[in-house]
Every structure is written in C-alpha cells, then in structure tokens.
Design a protein around this ligand. Structure first.
Ligand SMILES: *[C@@H]1O[C@H](CO)[C@@H](O)[C@H](O)[C@H]1NC(C)=O
Length: 395
C-alpha cells in the first residue's frame, strides 16, 4: 500500500516539474548548452520533493537516487539490487521510465550504454596476476576466454563461464574484477547485474514472479547495452525454472544482418559444485609430488564435469545449460594453501593502508582452519572474511 501511495505522489509531483524544466531552459542564454545547466534547479527541486515523499519510504528514495546519481551511492554496500527487488514489478517499471526521462538530460544511462564500457585487458591481466592468489588455472582461462570473446569482430553467442570451487577461493573476487575492468562504473554499471540465489530468488513458491522479473531484466539489458554482464552467485541454488529461462539466452543466435553488430553478453555462474572433487584431485597430485603450478586443466576437466553433471542436490548439472553444452568453460578454483591465505592477509592490510608485521601475517593466517585433518593443507574458508580478522590485530 505504501508503495501505491508513493507512486501516486510521484505522479502528482512530476507534472509540477516539467514546466519548470522547460521554463528554465527557455531562459538560458542561447550559447549555453541546455544539457549542462537547465535541468539542475528543477531536478534539485524534484529531489527535495521526492525526499519528502521518500519519508514515506526511504527505500524507494534510495533506489531512485542511486539510479540517477550513482556517485552518491558509494557508501552503500553492494549488491544494490535487493533494494529494488522487493518492489512490485509495475513499481520497478515506473521507476525505470522515470529514470529514463531524467537521463535525457544527463549522461547516465542513455542510448546503447556503450560509453560505459572500458574493456581494459591490461588492468584485468594485472589484477588477475597481482590480486588473485593461487589460481593459475582460473586466471589464465578467464583472461583468455573473456579477451578472446570481446576481441572477436562478430559474435553469434554470449560467453558463458561457470566458476567452481570452495567458498573463499576467489570466484566472486574474479567476477568483480571483470566488472571493474570491463565497465567504467564496475559493479554499479547499468550493464552489470548480479543475482544471488538465496537473496534474489529465496522462495520457490514465488518462482513465477522471479521469472517475470529476470526475463524483464534480460530484455532491458539487451535493449540498453552493447555489452552486458550477468553474474549468478550461488548458481547451484538456482531454481530449475530459472535455469530453463536462461537457456535460450545462452544459445547461439541467428547472425544479425551484415554490418549490424550483435550485442555481446557475458554470463558468469558461480557455485561450489565440484569444489570437493577439485580439492581431491589437487590433494592427490600434491601428495604425488607435483607442484601446484604443474597442475593443468587436463588433470581436472573430466572429473569436474562429471561431478557437476552427476550432482543430485542441485539442478544446475542437469539443466540444459550443462546438458546442451551452453556453458563455454568450466573454470576450477583450487583450494588455497597457507601461503595464499598469508598473501590475502597482506593485501587486506595494504588495502586499508595499515602497517603490518610478518608475525601478524602468520598469526592471522594461522587462525583459519586447515583441512584435511591429517595434512592441514587447504584453508577451509579460503580467504574469506580476512579483512574482518585483521581488525582484531589493530592497536
Ligand atoms: C587500465 O587499467 C590499468 C591498471 O588498473 C590502469 O593503469 C590504466 O589506466 C587503465 N587503462 C584505461 C584505458 O583505463
């Protein structure tokens, strides 16, 4: 009900502002670009009016202002979608039209969205090399796949990558690195969407609503973005109907008319499926005297795929995405060892501009649990929640 009231108010408020905008623009000196200055006073006024209306619902206000002034949302914890997700569909759509209306005046989300694409492969390569620890396979595979795909002159398909491994091994981290280096606004770009299964699609009984919303989001992105990116975190928990819905989007497309560039899309599926089998293979090889860096995809590929397809607790492996080979690469994330955790601790200190000692690095790295019981080789939480742990060591 609250929502209905808010939109009603918004609709009432909007017409008040339209004449204001026009009037101001009319008054601007001829040489002045209307785009630069004209809408601001009235936008500010609307902002104020919305703010009071927003007292009814801070959530809608936050969503609205984030859509228009993303810079003001810095302090908001990603992911932002949850805010909007609970809005009824029609509310989301009205919000979108409203945003679009505003964006005629501002360089925020207009046209094909291509101005927001960065595709900085140098940055990506350096991030993967310097900030991701212990993942020589994932690092190489992701860079090669993404770069290869984005550098193709023509594409007839999206790129679908499926990341597998225990929690804390860097799947999410790599997804974010991709967003940061491929889009000017990183995770906040209009062309990047992240869905977390337990967060965005928590209740199986609402699957029809989720389907409708997901379908709409995909259409919007396709319409708006020359290059879009979808991240599905906890992909192992995606409802079978949602997986089914994604199928057609991952299939090869009929090539567009010659000359027309078809939109590019990157789909990332993050899951812990196959994590245990990866760990077993790696443990076996290390015990047999191999070094970690000698491990290749050949060692892992077959058993990883078999494990994914045979898993019974998730519908991902039996979905058409996997069965019909719509996933281009299965990317293994290896379990992290003590030395990698130590590097994560160091990075956490550095990222907060804090001084550290070698002893502190050891001490924090030792706080993690290492498995299996006899060898204590792999961190069971990977590099998860390291930054929270370093707080315990601050003076
Ligand atoms: C690409 O990323 C690197 C490293 O983050 C940065 O130094 C460089 O300026 C970026 N290039 C562009 C064109 O943004």
């Amino acid at each position: 009900m609250l929502c209905g009231t808010f939109w009603l108010l918004l609709l009432l408020l909007l017409p008040l502002n339209l004449p204001g905008t026009q009037g101001h623009r009319g008054a601007a000196s001829p040489g002045q670009k209307a785009k630069d200055s004209a809408p601001w006073p009235s936008i500010r006024r609307l902002q104020e009016q919305l703010r009071s209306a927003g007292a009814l619902s801070r959530r809608y206000w936050a969503l609205f202002s984030c859509a228009l002034w993303p810079d003001g949302c810095e302090d908001q914890e990603a992911p932002t979608p949850p805010l909007g997700w609970s809005l009824p569909l029609w509310g989301r759509r009205s919000l979108d039209s409203l945003t679009k209306w505003f964006c005629r005046f501002q360089d925020c989300c207009t046209g094909g969205g291509d101005c927001r694409i960065a595709n900085n492969f140098t940055g990506l390569e350096s991030d993967l090399r310097m900030r991701l620890h212990g993942q020589h396979l994932a690092s190489k595979l992701v860079l090669r796949a993404v770069r290869g795909y984005l550098e193709l002159p023509q594409v007839d398909k999206v790129l679908a990558l499926s990341f597998h491994g225990w929690s804390g091994t860097g799947k999410n981290f790599v997804a974010r690195m991709l967003a940061e280096n491929l889009y000017r606004d990183g995770m906040r770009s209009d062309c990047v969407k992240m869905f977390i299964s337990t967060f965005h699609f928590p209740h199986p009984k609402y699957v029809d609503v989720y389907k409708e919303e997901l379908r709409w989001q995909m259409q919007e992105m396709q319409r708006r973005c020359r290059q879009s990116m979808f991240i599905f975190d906890e992909a192992e928990k995606l409802h079978p109907d949602l997986l089914e819905l994604l199928g057609p989007h991952l299939e090869p497309r009929v090539p567009e008319a010659r000359g027309a560039e078809s939109p590019r899309g990157i789909f990332l599926f993050l899951s812990n499926l196959g994590g245990s089998v990866i760990n077993e293979v790696v443990l076996g090889l290390l015990k047999a005297g191999w070094t970690r860096e000698e491990i290749t995809m050949q060692h892992l590929e077959a058993s990883l795929q078999a494990e994914i397809m045979e898993s019974t607790e998730s519908s991902f492996g039996s979905s058409r995405l996997v069965k019909e080979n719509l996933i281009d690469f299965f990317v293994p994330f290896l379990p992290l060892e003590y030395r990698h955790v130590r590097l994560c601790v160091r990075d956490a200190f550095l990222s907060q501009d804090l001084p550290y000692t070698e002893e502190a690095l050891d001490e924090i790295a030792k706080m993690m649990t290492y498995v299996p019981e006899e060898d204590r080789l792999f961190s069971s939480q990977g590099c998860k929640s390291i930054s929270q742990r370093i707080n315990l060591f601050l003076p």
